[in-house]
Design a protein around this ligand. Structure first.
Ligand code: NAD
Length: 292
């Protein structure tokens, strides 16, 4: 049955997600500081106004400090038993702090970061990685089914963010490994087709090689075939890698490859020409360089 939903943060991801919920027949009130208008979504002037009377309040915001600030104003405006559903990618500590605050106000809370990018948001094919209790998960499940194709319940509060950053740490590392191997193969005189055909069917295979090949002209169509337009922007990969290292530090986990991937993406985005390019454009940087 139709739910009343408050949606806060109507950017590249939140905008189409809110539009899909409205299209499915839910009553959606939306707020964004930038004053965005979304088809089918009633625009309101503040976060608390979007939260008022809502069964579920969804947030899709840039980072953990903004999420904490928004939660401070929105939680007191929510009705008891309602669920605060954060879909942003934020640090594990912020996710757990906000969930604690919601619980203290007799609310349900879920952290549910997504993968699938803006295409997945528009097409309703996101994957949600969800932390929080069973009761809140059950309330949000019909909304996950509209906005996405899969929702994995990963355990208690913060575990969705933990799953997301661990996955993206693997992705950052394998993308770099795939790019540096292509650059080495080029210098050894191997064709890209041969390289792809061997690695994609051998023990070096990964999503980075097989599904999102960083070399143009080989493998399935990927951002490499479109001038490295994102796709998944290098600066967003850097954001997720930094969150992984923040979490690793807090948990005293040894993640040397994650640390190296973070340093390489930081250089690529901040000192080289990675900003605005797809994260697989890392191949171009290796092509340009020697060992020195
Ligand atoms: P975005 O910058 O396009 O959208 C964020 C929106 O939040 C903006 O419209 C901004 O005006 C609004 N906002 C900022 N502060 C606010 C406040 N205090 N109150 C209300 N609105 C506020 O970013 P995005 O690409 O939509 O990403 C949102 C989140 O999703 C991020 O955490 C990002 O890491 C994550 N994410 C993005 C992608 C992607 O491909 N873009 C993929 C997976 C996850």
């Amino acid at each position: 049955s139709a739910m009343k939903i408050g949606f806060i943060g109507l950017g590249n991801m939140g905008g189409p997600m809110a539009a899909n919920l409205a299209k499915a027949g839910h009553e959606v009130s939306g707020f964004d500081v930038a004053g965005v208008e979304i088809d089918g979504v009633t625009s309101v002037e503040t976060g608390p106004a979007a939260a008022e009377g809502a069964d579920v309040v969804i947030t899709m915001l840039p980072n953990g400090s903004i999420l904490r600030a928004v939660a401070d104003t929105v939680i007191p405006a929510m009705k008891p038993g309602a669920v605060l559903l954060d879909c942003s990618t934020v640090d594990v500590d912020s996710a757990r702090a906000v969930a604690q605050q919601a619980k203290a106000a007799n609310l349900g809370a879920l952290d549910a970061p997504v993968s699938g990018g803006i295409g997945g948001a528009a097409g309703g094919t996101l994957t949600f990685m969800v932390g929080g209790n069973d009761e809140a998960f059950a309330i949000a499940k019909p909304l996950f089914d509209i906005m996405g194709q899969k929702a994995v319940h990963c355990g208690e509060a913060g575990n969705g963010q933990a799953a997301k950053i661990c996955n993206n740490m693997v992705l950052g590392v394998t993308m770099i490994a795939t790019c540096e191997a292509f650059a080495l193969a080029d210098k050894l005189g191997l064709s890209r087709e041969a390289m792809f055909d061997v690695v994609s069917t051998s023990s070096g295979y990964s999503w980075s090689m097989n599904a999102y090949c960083p070399a143009p002209g080989v493998g399935p169509t990927s951002p490499a075939d479109n001038g490295y337009l994102p796709g998944f922007a290098a600066e967003l990969m850097l954001k997720d890698l930094r969150l992984s290292q923040q979490a690793a530090e807090a948990a005293d986990a040894d993640t040397p490859m994650g640390e190296e991937a973070t340093a390489l993406y930081a250089r690529f985005v901040e000192d080289e020409d990675g900003l605005g390019q797809d994260f697989s454009a890392m191949l171009l940087r290796f092509e340009k360089r020697g060992r020195g």
